[in-house]
Structures are given as structure tokens and as C-alpha cells.
Design a binder for this molecule. Structure first.
Ligand code: DON
Length: 583
């Protein structure tokens, strides 16, 4: 069954602007005052005065803080952090992947840079189907075909050229040093090398040579990881700019690697790659403005859509962790993820009904269908399949500088260490972002997400993403800068940061640490972290939710800015090794 009634609603909204739905109506708001943290709070944010960086890796955070101290702005610091993470957090930090940057200038301008990977020219709709016509996830995740043309280097170069103040080469210096001289491996990297590295890196000699010792065991906590080839590639970019990656020696390495092993990325694909500046998605919520990533991310649209639905309820009165609040949020999430599967794709290829999806009127019509006492089964909306979940292997970082500029970046190789393939002698791990396309309508990708035509593979198209770098604005000034990894769970994780901060009055550390839950329509499961009351979960079951307790979801790295400019930050305790720091 299709989402006929809802699809029609949306179509009708597009045409009529939903005359009958009435105007926006915010809930009777018992929204509490904002909290920046008081002594009585259980969890406390990091507090600083001038500048702050929140990232998943302490070494990278320190790189960013140094740049800020030396007078670089938030874009400079973000780019330096991004390059450093490509060295110290190879699970997700990258040169061979892609992502998104959201930027709010102190002057109040908000913009985004889309450096998502693009399908190579040789890509085709059915390239991941086997002879029986079934999607083969090995091809889309671990083969040379898994990689889209990387965007990170172009994205960072564009960001610095348009909004930075320091030369790109200067911002590469710390990363070059970390790669050339090595750094001491922390628990998080050691664990991921042991668990995932073996699966994806060991079978590729160039990858094995970097991350594994001569005896075939991965580097361990406390040992030094030196990446000479990666240092050379970074040095080339410092000397020649992004051209080194897209036209020069690194392009040669990538194209040769692909040609030798049945991959598609050619030198022409690399030369043709462009990072693009796009207008952010925006919305309002209880008097706040929210900016987030537009398509090819689905994140911004669906965060705004869900918040618009939630505005019709009094979440604050229901209370954090109450069965009522979780029920409303889970139901709203189902509607959003159903729309995602139908309407979202690369805006350069498909017309995304952006205005309708983010309209208050459409949200109100959905809100009216939510029954607090009885969950609507996902099967009554559209049939689906179960799919496995992966761990948090994208990465987000947030930066705020002394002038009040705010930057949120989420970028990734997709799953842990991407395809596991290092391109020739470049030291650069390649992404497996092609799995984010819909390989076959209705067949779930690694995050259990389904899609159709809008997200089908086409040459030069960008796969649909959930990455949602987000900035909430209060009275015209950046207030909350946040984002997360987590595949499909990114959208709901960022949503909960916003709701916890606004509706439940939590300080940024409490909002981060609070247990999370997630519903993505298909599979029909309400996934919850440990920490919710068993009584609440029983109540939710009795209201028709299929509750499943899951491992940690997401890893937010957030900064909240008080009206007096004081910075409050929090790294997610779900990621050991993460650090928020400033000066
Ligand atoms: O763009 C996306 O939505 C995914 N490739 C993000 C992957 C991710 O968050 C991995 N962590 N679980």
C-alpha cells in the first residue's frame, strides 16, 4: 500500500497551499526558560569566553582551538579540524569522502556548502544488482564501485576561499604534522580498528600497510600511527591547492586505483567535481529560527517537518521521557521518514517539494492524525523490510569564534573506514557513499532506509544523505550549533538536541547526555537507548509501539551561545575520546 492519502495531501498542498488546513498554530507553549547550566544540574557543559571547538577527537579539537587563538575565524578552524580528523579519526574523517558545512556569520547570514560525493559518469541505475536483480550490498559497500567522487577537499577549499581568513596551506599544517610524525592511538580508534578494520581494511594491501603491523595485528591503544603517504598528499594540497586532488598527482593515484580494480572514478570525474553553495533549509520552532542542510541531505527538511508537527503539542508539559512525549515524537518521525523515501533526492536531478514538506499547514494535517494512545502501524502507511544498523561512523564538529561566527560540519566516508580501500600510494581512504543511493526501489540500504526514483543512481548525481549540521538562532543570533553521525538516526538525534534544549529546558550537556530514541517508519520499531524507565516502555508497547532497546545512537558535538556571548559546549559521552575545548 502506498501513502496514498498522505501523498495526495502533499500534492494538494503543493497546488493549493492548503487553504483548508488553516494557518500555523503553535502549541500552547509551556516552554521553560533556556538553561545554560546551573550548579544544581546533573551534567555540566564546558564553559569558555572567546572561541570553542567540539569534535569527536581531542587532537583535532586542539588543532581548531589553536587556529582560533591565532586569530583564524570559525571557518578556518573548522577546515583545520576537518583536515586533522582525516588523519586522527580515519573511521570517518576524510579526504576521500564528502559532507556538508553550515555557516552562520556574525552578521547574520546563513549559508551551506555541499561537498557530497557525486556518482561517477560511468555509474548506472542498476549497477548494484546481481544477475537475479537483487541489490548486492557487497558491491555498494566494499568494492571499488562503492565510491562516489570525493568532495571534501573541494568543499574545504571553497569554504576557505569564500569565508576563511587564513591560507589553505596554513590550515593543513597541523594535519600534515600529525600524519608525518604520527599520533598516539586512543581507545576509540584502537577498538574500531579491531572490530571493523579487520573486516574492511585487511584485504587491501595499501590499507593493511597503514593500519596493521607486520604481524597482521592492528595498531593498539598507546601505539603511534604514522601515515607518510597521507602526509605527502596533504602536503601536495598545501602546495597546489585542491587542484592537486582533482587534477594532479592525487587524481592520478585515485583514477589508476579505480581503473585497475573495476572502479568507476576517472580523472574526468575528479576534474568535473564541484562543491556548491546552497541556501539552507529554515524553519521556526517556538519562536526560534532553525537552519539546517537542504537536499541532497534529507536532514534539514525532515527536522523542520518534525518540529512543525511537534509544535502542535505541548511537549514541555508532557515532560522529557514521558510515554506521551515519546509517542508523539515517534509518530511524527514515521511520517517524515515515509516522505523521505518518496520525495527526497539530489535537487539537481529531482524536484524536491521542499516548501510543502516544511509548511506548517502540512505539519498540522499530519499532527491531526497522531493518536497519543494508539501508534499507527508503519505497515498501514507503506510496507517495508528490516535491516541491520551500523555504528556511528560519520563525524560532526562545531566551531564558534570570538566574532560570533558559527560553523557546523558533518562529513563522512559513510560506514567505518568507508570502502576500506586506500587509493594507491595516496594514503587516502575512499568512501562507500554509493550505498546511500537507492540500489533498488524498496530495498533498504545499510541504515534500513528505503527509497525510489528520486534517489536512484544516475551519473553525476549526489546520493541522498541524512547528515544534518544545524544552527538554531535565538533573537537573530546563533544559539545552538549541533550535528551528529548515526546514518538514518542523525535526523532524530539532532531533533532531540533541539527539543531537549527548547521544550525540556536542558543545558547543552544534559541535552546531549539524555537517552535517545528513534523511529524511522521502516522498520516499524521504536529504538531506544538504555536509560528510559521500564514503566514508560511498557506504556509505549501498550500504545502500539514496537520497542527495542539498542546500543548508543549518534554522537553530537555541540555549542550553545548565551546572549552575553558566553560559550557552553558538550561532546557526546557516547564517543570516548571526544573533546569540547576553547579559550
Ligand atoms: O550521508 C548519510 O546519511 C550517511 N552516509 C551517513 C553515515 C553515518 O552517519 C555513519 N554513521 N553511522
Amino acid at each position: 500500500m502506498k501513502i496514498i492519502s498522505r501523498g495526495c495531501q502533499l500534492g494538494w498542498l503543493l497546488v493549493t497551499g492548503c487553504l483548508l488546513c488553516g494557518g500555523a498554530s503553535a502549541a500552547p507553549a509551556s516552554v521553560p526558560p533556556v538553561s545554560y547550566g546551573v550548579e544544581a544540574d546533573t551534567f555540566h557543559p564546558v564553559k569558555e569566553q572567546h572561541g570553542m571547538v567540539s569534535s569527536v577527537d581531542a587532537l583535532a579539537t586542539r588543532v581548531g582551538v589553536d587556529i582560533l587563538k591565532q586569530g583564524g575565524n570559525a571557518v578556518d578552524a573548522a577546515v583545520a579540524v576537518g583536515f586533522a580528523l582525516a588523519v586522527t579519526h580515519p573511521q570517518a574523517g576524510n579526504l576521500g569522502g564528502g559532507g556538508f558545512m553550515l555557516l552562520r556569520t556574525a552578521a547574520g547570514r546563513t549559508t551551506t556548502i555541499d561537498f557530497r560525493e557525486m556518482a561517477p559518469a560511468g555509474a548506472s541505475r542498476d549497477m548494484f544488482l546481481d544477475k537475479q536483480g537483487n541489490a548486492d550490498s557487497k558491491l555498494s559497500l566494499t568494492s571499488h564501485l562503492a565510491s562516489g567522487t570525493p568532495g571534501t577537499v573541494a568543499g574545504f577549499a571553497l569554504a576557505v576561499q569564500k569565508y576563511g581568513t587564513l591560507p589553505l596551506a596554513r590550515l593543513l599544517e597541523p594535519a600534515i604534522r600529525l600524519a608525518r610524525d604520527g599520533f598516539v592511538i586512543n581507545d576509540a580508534l584502537a577498538n574500531d580498528l579491531k572490530t571493523y578494520g579487520k573486516e574492511v581494511l585487511l584485504s587491501h594491501p595499501a590499507s593493511k600497510a597503514i593500519f596493521f603491523k607486520a604481524d597482521g595485528t592492528p595498531y593498539q591503544k598507546g601505539e603511534r600511527l604514522v601515515q607518510k603517504n597521507l602526509a605527502r598528499s596533504l602536503q601536495l594540497i598545501a602546495e597546489q591547492g585542491a587542484a592537486a586532488f582533482y587534477q594532479g598527482k592525487i587524481a592520478d593515484e585515485i583514477a589508476a586505483e579505480m581503473a585497475a580494480h573495476g572502479g568507476l572514478i576517472s580523472k574526468a570525474d575528479l576534474t568535473a567535481y564541484r562543491a556548491v553553495e546552497r541556501q539552507p533549509v529554515s524553519g521556526t520552532y517556538h519562536g526560534y529560527e532553525l537552519f539546517s542542510m537542504p537536499p541532497p541531505s534529507s536532514g534539514g527538511i525532515h527536522i523542520v517537518q518534525i518540529l512543525n508537527i511537534l509544535e502542535n503539542f505541548d511537549l514541555a508539559k508532557m515532560g522529557f521521557g514521558s510515554a506521551d512525549a515519546i509517542q508523539v515524537m515517534a509518530e511524527a518521525e514515521k511520517y517524515a521518514y515515509a516522505d523521505r523515501s518518496e520525495y527526497l533526492g539530489d535537487p539537481d536531478f529531482v524536484k524536491v517539494p521542499w516548501q510543502a514538506l516544511t509548511s506548517k499547514a502540512y505539519a498540522k494535517s499530519l499532527a491531526q492524525q497522531i493518536d497519543l494512545q494508539q501508534a499507527r502501524p508503519s505497515s498501514a502507511i507503506k510496507p517495508g523490510n528490516l535491516a541491520p544498523y551500523e555504528s556511528n561512523q560519520t563525524t560532526h564538529f562545531s566551531v564558534v569564534d570570538q566574532r560570533g561566527n558559527a560553523v557546523a560540519v558533518t562529513y563522512t566516508l559513510n560506514t567505518n573506514f568507508g570502502s576500506g580501500i586506500v587509493a594507491g600510494n595516496s594514503g587516502i581512504l575512499m568512501n562507500n557513499q554509493m550505498d546511500d543511493f537507492s540500489a533498488k526501489p524498496g530495498t533498504p540500504n545499510v541504515y534500513g532506509l528505503v527509497g525510489g526514483d528520486a534517489n536512484a543512481i544516475q551519473p553525476a548525481k549526489r546520493p541522498l544523505s541524512s547528515m544534518s549540521p544545524t544552527i538554531v538562532v535565538k533573537e537573530g543570533k546563533a544559539w545552538l550549533v549541533t550535528g551528529s553521525p548515526g546514518g538514518s538516526r542523525i535526523i532524530t538525534t539532532v531533533l532531540q538536541m533541539v527539543v531537549n534544549s527548547i521544550d525540556f529546558g536542558m543545558n547543552v550537556a544534559e541535552a546531549t547526555n539524555a537517552p535517545r530514541f528513534h523511529h524511522q517508519w521502516l522498520p516499524d520499531q521504536l529504538r531506544v537507548e538504555k536509560g528510559f524507565s521500564p514503566d514508560t516502555l511498557r506504556l509505549l508497547e501498550s500504545r502500539g509501539q514496537h520497542v527495542q532497546v539498542e546500543a548508543a545512537m549518534g554522537s553530537t558535538q555541540s555549542i550553545m551561545i548565551a546572549p552575553d556571548g558566553t560559550l557552553y559546549g558538550a561532546s557526546d559521552p557516547r564517543s570516548p575520546g571526544a573533546l569540547t575545548a576553547g579559550y
